[in-house]
Design a protein around this ligand. Structure first.
Ligand SMILES: Cc1cc2nc3c(=O)[nH]c(=O)nc-3n(C[C@H](O)[C@H](O)[C@H](O)COP(=O)(O)OP(=O)(O)OC[C@H]3O[C@@H](n4cnc5c(N)ncnc54)[C@H](O)[C@@H]3O)c2cc1C
Length: 340
């Protein structure tokens, strides 16, 4: 069984973490594999993973693929697959590949599956796992069709670590048509680094709920204080910020709320299902439609005034029945004292 680990570089020529995770998956199948790299500095990126045990390295590093673009990425990926002739193609499920690889599958006559979280190889067969029905059912499946392309979810495998060296990547020629290059990336608009609150690689998920905006024991709401406490904590810990639906909905209803929150932060049934080793919910009730988004949070804690909140019904490992304003002020003070 021949496997192709199909990777792409980032704008600076390095491989994203998801690419190293895909390499781990490729090596774990115990079969010969080829590494194919697309993008700026592709051959040098192959050198960075020269020690992974691949039988061969292929690269498409043309100027045409120095920026992510459906038409040129699809042409490059199809050329690499044709050059390698694999039965199984493993690729990171990054935005760049999620956009172009389903189209590539059509071009090369492959079947494609996305959001793969685990792989195992037995004999000539490969079995993949992915979640269905909003992470409620874990399915294990296989396909007889070849080539079979699998896009792997980030964070589900450890990143490959090993020696760099001389990979002697073979440049694969791709005939890029002029019309494939009509679309150009003219610039990137991104929030400032400290305004970017969603951090998939953070060790901690910090969830804020609607309680932060509610009237407190003095009969007043303290949204300004809430915002300052949360932002200070995030700055000191670099935790990722999640939200309940109620909190982000308040904003769209035009009420005063935490300005740095958006629906992108929402965790839950109609939000995201992030992966972090630990999570801390504050002023959030822990209702099932929210808590279902915590499926991949290994250790869960919550701060809530209500001893009967959802977290206390078996959804958290530890519930602190306390005022989150007081708790977070104390935590921030301890972080400050600890020099963070
Ligand atoms: C189809 C459907 C899909 C949904 N999808 C999602 C989803 O994806 N994500 C999601 O989050 N919700 C979702 N919901 C909504 C969900 O059911 C809850 O309504 C929502 O999660 C409640 O948000 P909350 O806990 O922040 O607010 P509330 O229910 O208002 O809870 C606020 C909490 O703050 C506590 N509190 C107040 N002040 C303090 C204080 N000083 N210190 C400590 N605690 C304090 C209160 O005790 C209370 O428990 C969905 C609902 C439906 C019907």
């Amino acid at each position: 069984m021949k496997i192709l680990a199909l990777l792409h570089t980032q704008a600076d020529g390095s491989l994203p973490k998801a690419a190293y995770e895909t390499l781990t998956a490729a090596t774990s199948l115990g079969q010969p594999f080829v590494v194919g790299v697309i993008g700026a500095g592709a051959a040098a990126a192959a050198d960075a993973v020269a020690g992974c045990g691949a039988a061969e390295f292929l690269a498409v590093g043309d100027e045409a693929v120095s920026q992510p673009r459906y038409a040129t990425d699809a042409a490059a990926a199809a050329a690499l697959i044709q050059a390698a002739g694999p039965e199984i193609v493993l690729a990171p499920g990054t935005a760049r590949f999620a956009r172009c690889l389903p189209g590539v599958a059509h071009r090369v006559g492959a079947q494609v599956d996305t959001h793969i979280v685990a792989l195992c190889g037995e004999g000539g067969a490969v079995h993949a796992q992915r979640w269905f029905y909003r992470q409620r059912i874990l399915g294990s499946f296989s396909r007889a069709a070849r080539p079979w392309m699998l896009l792997l979810d980030g964070g589900a495998q450890p990143a490959w670590q090993g020696a760099s060296g001389a990979a002697h990547a073979k440049a694969v020629a791709v005939a890029f048509a002029a019309e494939d290059q009509r679309t150009a990336v003219t610039g990137i608009q991104a929030p400032a680094a400290d305004a970017q609150t969603i951090r998939p690689d953070a060790a901690l998920l910090f969830v804020a709920g609607a309680g932060w905006t509610k009237k407190q024991k003095d009969g007043q709401s303290h949204i300004g204080d809430a915002g300052a406490l949360i932002q200070t904590f995030l700055r000191k810990t670099q935790a990722s910020l999640g939200s309940s639906k109620s909190l982000v909905d308040i904003q769209s209803e035009g009420q005063e709320t935490l300005s740095f929150m958006s629906h992108m932060n929402q965790v839950g049934q109609t939000g995201s299902t992030p992966r972090h080793p630990k999570g801390l919910a504050t002023c959030c009730h822990g209702e099932e439609p929210h808590a279902v988004g915590w499926r991949f949070i290994n250790e869960r804690r919550a701060v809530n005034l209500d001893p009967n909140c959802g977290w206390a019904q078996g959804k958290a490992d530890v519930v602190y029945v306390a005022d989150a304003f007081e708790v977070m002020a104390k935590v921030n003070a301890l972080l400050e004292a600890g020099g963070q």
